[in-house]
Design a protein around this ligand. Sequence first.
Ligand SMILES: *Cc1c(COP(=O)(O)O)cnc(C)c1O
Length: 379
Amino acid sequence: MKFNTKTIHGGQEHDKAYGSVMPPIYQTSTYAQSTPGGHKGYEYSRTHNPTRNALENAFASIENGKYGLAFGSGLAAIDAIIKLLKPGDEVISTNDLYGGTYRLFTKVFEGFGIKFHFIGMENASNIEDYVNENTKLIWVETPTNPMMNIIDVKAASNIAKRHNILLAVDNTFATPYLQQPIDLGADIVMHSATKYLGGHSDVVMGALVVKDKELADKLYFIQNASGAVCGPQDSFLVLRGIKTLHIRMQRHCENGKAVAEYLASHPKIAKVYWPGFENHPNHKIAKNQMKDFGGMISFTTKGNNYNEAIRIVENLKIFTLAESLGGVESLAGHPASMTHASIPKEEREKTGVVDSLIRLSVGIEDAEDLIADLAQAIG
Ligand SMILES: *Cc1c(COP(=O)(O)O)cnc(C)c1O
C-alpha cells in the first residue's frame, strides 16, 4: 500500500459485529469474562481497547513501523520512552526542541539521575563527541521547534547504530507525509498527535511507533504499568483525522510556501526560517529526507523589538494567537513568552529564540487571506 491509501486503510478492518466501516467507540473500562481469564482478548481498557488498538495500528502503518502505541499526550509518549532508561544513563538531545520536552527532561528526569546533553545537531557528526558508555538514547526533533533546523536522521542513525544507542525522532512537525524516520534508521518515532495527525485542534494525544518486537514489548509494558493512555473517543477522532492527513499536509505545504515567500519579501521582516528556502543552512538535507517543506514558519522583525512582536500577534485576525500547531486553522505564537517561556532567556537566545521571533502554523485556508492578514498585522 502506498502512503495515501495507508492513511485511510492502513491497519484497519471493518467491525466484525455489524460491518461498520469506522470502528465503534468502545466506551468501556472493562470486558465481560465467561470464566476467570476467559475473555475475547480484552480485559481492561488501560491495557487494551479496540478503538485505541485500531488507531495504534493506523499509527504503525503510516510510519512504516510494526507496532503503534497511543498515549494521553505527546509528553506522556516521551515520558514512556525515557522510562526505558535508568539512573546513570545519558541522553544526547537536540538543543532546539519543544519547550515541554526540555522541561520534562530537565525538571523531571534529571531528578531521577538521567543526564541530558543538549547539542546542536545541524551537523550530525557533533553527536559523536558526546557519546560515552552511558549513552543510551539520541533524541532528535526535526524540523526543530521553533527554529526549523533540519537534522539528518540517516546520519544520526548511523552514529546510533555504530554505538548501539537507541534513536528516537519526534516527527510531530513533519508527519509521515513528509518524512518516515523508521525508513531512515530510527528505532522510535514519536508524535504529539495533538498536532497534524489529529489535525483539528480538538484532541490532546501522543503516539509512538517502533519496528522491533522487543522494544515494542518494553514500551507496551510501560504504557500499561504507568497508565498514560488515551480514551476511546479521542482515539476515534485521531483515527478520523489521519484519514485526511495527506490532503491536509499537501495544502499546509502549499500555503506554507506562499506565506514564507511573502514574509521573505516584506521590508520589515529580518529573517524567515523555513526549510524550503535554498539558503536555509540544511536545505539539501531537508530536500533529501522530506517530501516537501511543511507549513511551520518562524520569522523575526527588523530591530528585534519584543513589543512589536506582541503587537503583530495581537493584530492578526485569521491567524489565532494560541499555543499548539498542526490544525486546519492557522495559528500564531510568540515562543519567547509562550511555548518557550520555560526555557531561560540566555538558553533560548543561544538557539535563536529571540524576543521578536514569531512562529506560524499555516493552516489550510486560502493563502491570499492568510497573506492579507499578515500584511495588515505587520503594517
Ligand atoms: C506539542 C508538542 C509536543 C508535546 O505534545 P503534547 O501532545 O502537547 O503533550 C512534543 N513535541 C513537539 C514537537 C510538539 O509540538
